[in-house]
Each structure stands twice: as C-alpha cells, then as structure tokens.
Ligand binder design. Structure first.
Ligand SMILES: NC(=O)c1ccc[n+]([C@@H]2O[C@H](COP(=O)([O-])OP(=O)(O)OC[C@H]3O[C@@H](n4cnc5c(N)ncnc54)[C@H](OP(=O)(O)O)[C@@H]3O)[C@@H](O)[C@H]2O)c1
Length: 190
C-alpha cells in the first residue's frame, strides 16, 4: 500500500513497484481514503484493504513557515499528519502486515539556511528517532525504515527554484523501492 500515491514521489514510486508487485494506492481522495490527520480513516482503510506485505507513506508535507507565523493550521498539517499520522499508521499497519512485512515512513532533510524549516525539522528528527527505537523493539515481526529525502527537483521547479539543486523524484522513488524490497530495518535513508 502506497499512501500519498498521487504525490510527486508517490506517483513515481507506485509506477516503479507496479512493475513487480500489486500496488494499492491511497490518499485523501481515493476509495478507501486515508487522511493522516484523522486516525479512524487509517483503521477503516486498512480494515477494508486487508493483509498487505508493505505499507509505505509518502504523504503529507510541512509547509515552510517562519517561527513567528506558526499557527494551528501549520500544526495540523505538520504535526497531526506527518508525525502523529505516520505513528498511528505504524500502529495500525502492524495488525495488517504479513509476517516480516515492511513499513516505510518519510521524514526529510531541511536546508538550515532556509527560513521556516524549524517545525518540519523537529518532526523529521522525531520520526527518525521513533523508527530507530521502534524497529529494534519490533525485531523480526516487521521491518520499519524511514527515508529522509532532500529537496526534490520537481518540487523546487514548482517553487520557481533551480531543479538542479534537488534530486529527481524518480531517483528518490528508487531509494524508497530499494528500502521496501531490501532487508534492512531501523534505517534512516538519507
Ligand atoms: N518534495 C520534496 O522536495 C520533499 C523533500 C523532503 C521531504 N519530502 C517529503 O516527502 C513526502 C512526499 O512529498 P511529495 O513532494 O511527494 O508530496 P506531494 O507531491 O505534496 O504529495 C503529497 C501526497 O500526500 C497526499 N496527502 C496530502 N495530505 C495528506 C493527508 N493529510 N493524509 C493523507 N494523504 C495526504 C496527497 O494526496 P491527496 O491530496 O489526494 O490526499 C499526495 O498524494 C512528504 O512527507 C514530504 O514532506 C518531500
């Protein structure tokens, strides 16, 4: 299951995985749908989908927001969706994962010189710490990893910035595929 299937990374990742696997793509606009800010939608969708070999989350994002402008909306997007949503996704996925299955989350790398990255960077560190400790606790039950992309070229281009400062989405998608199909656990892929 790829959550965030319609996104910049998710579209490419789903295409890559479809070459060898059945892919169930999910977002807030699919049926079944998942909204990471609404934990019950995670439970309902996975209940409908049933057993899966892998759950990959490439959904949501944290907008760049200067510290003095951070509002409840920013927390909604960033903390409720990206942090709490992904943690709840792990909790639910464990009940629907085939033995030894794989869960892959997304964090991200910020440019320290860029204004507005503080909230997102805190969430990313929290996610990466969670994955390292939770994977050790899970042992053989499931593999748990997190991919931490830097800027994606297509995203930079959409922001009017130079795409050469980023990594093409297709390359980032390959990193996700490799970690999902590999054998590692507790890894932060940078
Ligand atoms: N692109 C970058 O440069 C970059 C860099 C570092 C890290 N990342 C991280 O990589 C992940 C994917 O980035 P992206 O650029 O591919 O994102 P994107 O193009 O904005 O796509 C986001 C995807 O997530 C879904 N989504 C959005 N909010 C959601 C929610 N609350 N619940 C469930 N699904 C939701 C969207 O579909 P719907 O709108 O249909 O729900 C869409 O499929 C994010 O975590 C992002 O922070 C991206």
């Amino acid at each position: 299951m790829v959550l965030g299937v319609s996104g910049t990374i998710g579209t490419r990742l789903a295409d890559l995985l479809r070459a060898t696997h059945e892919v169930i793509g999910v977002s807030r606009r699919t049926n079944p749908s998942i909204d990471l800010t609404q934990p019950t939608t995670i439970d309902s969708a996975l209940h409908l989908i049933g057993e899966v070999d892998a759950v990959i989350c490439v959904a949501a994002h944290g907008a760049l927001t200067p510290v003095q402008d951070v509002s409840a909306t920013v927390y909604d997007d960033a903390i409720r969706a990206k942090l709490l949503g992904q943690l709840h996704l792990v909790h639910v996925a464990l009940r629907h994962l085939s033995p030894g299955g794989s869960i892959t989350l997304t964090s991200g790398r910020s440019d320290p010189a860029m204004t507005g990255a503080a909230v997102g960077a805190s969430i990313n560190i929290a996610l990466e710490t969670y994955v390292e400790l939770a994977a050790a606790e899970l042992g053989d039950r499931a593999r748990l990893n997190v991919v931490s992309p830097g800027w994606v070229s297509e995203t930079l281009a959409a922001m009017g910035r130079s795409p050469v400062d980023g990594t093409p989405a297709a390359v980032v998608a390959q990193q996700f595929r490799d970690i999902v199909l590999g054998e590692m656990t507790g890894t932060v892929v940078r």
